[in-house]
Design a binder for this molecule. Structure first.
Ligand code: ASP
Length: 436
């Protein structure tokens, strides 16, 4: 059996929903369907999820959410009408509107796009619908309860009729709705795939899978046919946006392959994400991804290397300030800490520097913003000579100053830090060096 998750663009219009229907009906193993909320139909359109967050804000500000809900209502009513469904969407929307007025967090509102999408999709397919709140569970502390969820989902193993699940949310022990982070329907799909022991988790989106790098920066980058869970994690954490970065955790337990597919080009094989790519003809570099918006704290202290506990003390200060660390490249007398700019919002930077000074008394400390990180990822790099030379020669020839270098011990990635102004040129130079 296959689990198929359809993203927002696949659910955006009656026509795209009919594409989804024909994809599902073309393979009798496609019995488990997970849906996102309707997304954008054209580039200036607004996603239903964004409008639902807006409806919650409207109610917080004015005590009513009637303006935003009127737009949402029209969209769902028209969808049902265009698909000739005998469903009273107005009744559903009335209930959502009433409950948003009673709710105290935006999660209930945000989740309703997926819920209503599943109502529509189950009617289109003649499949049952199972509410995600009944099977996807969180613990009291708000973390995802993977084992309870897996027990509940596994009860649906072996369905003959077919089931549609809404993505993106589950329930807390107090029965309130909680959503995953944005894009979380991908994670729901992976949870269902694990629970029903699917032979493949098909993730249907609006592109033909992963490209080696961002097509906004490089013209027509090569397509990636196969990559490993580990490579995917590195690339999506660094900004390759096709799949939610957490999606591999549920499926890797049973080594279920993920296949990224395109609803609008269903004959394309897409990208396979596997436990291991051994035996495949893989290039040295699988992908190149990056993101701007990082900060570096650079410390210098003579004889730092022999001062026991130096790194721990610095990292403890960061922990106390609630800062999550991305990379910690070190030298003999130097230590750099790379963090995402996001964590710095609302933080007193001078106080942080004083705290670090108090903890380790460095000779020099400096905070620099606007660092871009670029990850060059690939199992093919392990034990292969010349990868670093190719990479750094390319950056040198492009006139880019490398501010930071970090290579993981498994040789799965090389991460370089460059100034944000050099980001686009760096990605292009690295891509051309390995792929042209
Ligand atoms: N609809 C949600 C979002 O826009 C979740 C998803 O589509 O995966 O983030």
């Amino acid at each position: 059996m296959k689990v198929c998750k359809f993203g927002g663009t696949s659910m955006a219009s009656a026509q795209s929903i009919l594409n989804v229907k024909s994809i599902i009906e073309s393979d009798s193993e496609r019995k488990y369907v997970v849906v996102s909320a309707p997304g954008k139909r054209f580039s200036s359109d607004i996603k239903i999820t964004d409008m639902l967050y807006g409806a919650y804000e409207e109610k917080v500000e004015t005590g009513s959410c009637r303006y935003k809900m009127a737009i949402i209502r029209e969209r769902f009513v028209n969808l049902a009408k265009d698909l000739n469904l005998d469903i009273d969407m107005n009744k559903y929307i009335d209930e959502v509107e009433e409950n948003i007025l009673k709710s105290t967090s935006p999660d209930y509102a945000a989740s309703r796009g997926e819920y209503l999408s599943a109502v529509i999709m189950s009617a289109v397919l003649g499949y049952d619908m199972v509410d995600a709140g009944d099977v996807i569970k969180f613990k009291h502390d708000g973390t995802f309860d993977s084992e309870l969820t897996n027990d509940l989902v596994s009860k649906y193993k072996g369905t003959s009729k077919g089931i549609v699940f809404p993505g993106f949310y589950g329930r807390m022990p107090d029965k309130s709705i909680k959503t995953f982070t944005r894009g979380g329907s991908d994670f729901t799909g992976a949870i269902i795939a694990r629970g029903v022991k699917a032979k493949v988790y098909e993730n249907w989106t609006d592109v033909n899978g992963f490209l080696v790098t961002d097509p906004r920066l490089v013209d027509n980058p090569c397509h990636i046919e196969v990559l490993s869970y580990e490579e995917l994690r590195e690339l999506s954490y660094m900004g390759a946006g096709v799949l939610h970065p957490d999606s591999i955790f549920p499926v890797q337990i049973d080594k279920i392959p993920i296949n990224i597919r395109n609803t609008f080009e269903p004959n394309h094989k897409g990208t396979f994400i596997l436990h291991s790519t051994q035996g495949y003809n893989i290039p040295k570099v699988t992908g190149i991804a990056g993101r701007k918006g990082n900060t570096t704290i650079s410390l210098k202290k003579a004889m730092m290397n022999s001062e026991i506990g130096f790194c721990r003390k610095v990292l403890s200060v960061l922990e106390r300030n609630g800062l999550s660390v991305e990379h910690v490249p070190t030298g003999i007398d130097t230590m750099s800490i790379v963090l995402s700019d996001k964590g710095f919002k609302g933080l007193d930077e001078n106080k942080l520097v004083d705290d670090i000074r108090g903890a380790v008394n460095p000779d020099h400390i400096e905070v620099t913003h606007s660092l871009a990180l670029i990850a060059v990822v690939g199992h093919g790099m392990a034990n292969s000579r010349g990868v670093a030379a190719t990479l750094f020669t390319a950056l040198y020839k492009a006139g880019v100053n490398v501010r930071m270098i970090d290579q993981g011990s498994s040789e799965l990635n090389i991460i370089v830090g460059v100034e944000e102004k050099d980001y686009n040129a760096s990605i292009k130079a690295i891509y051309n060096a390995f792929f042209n």
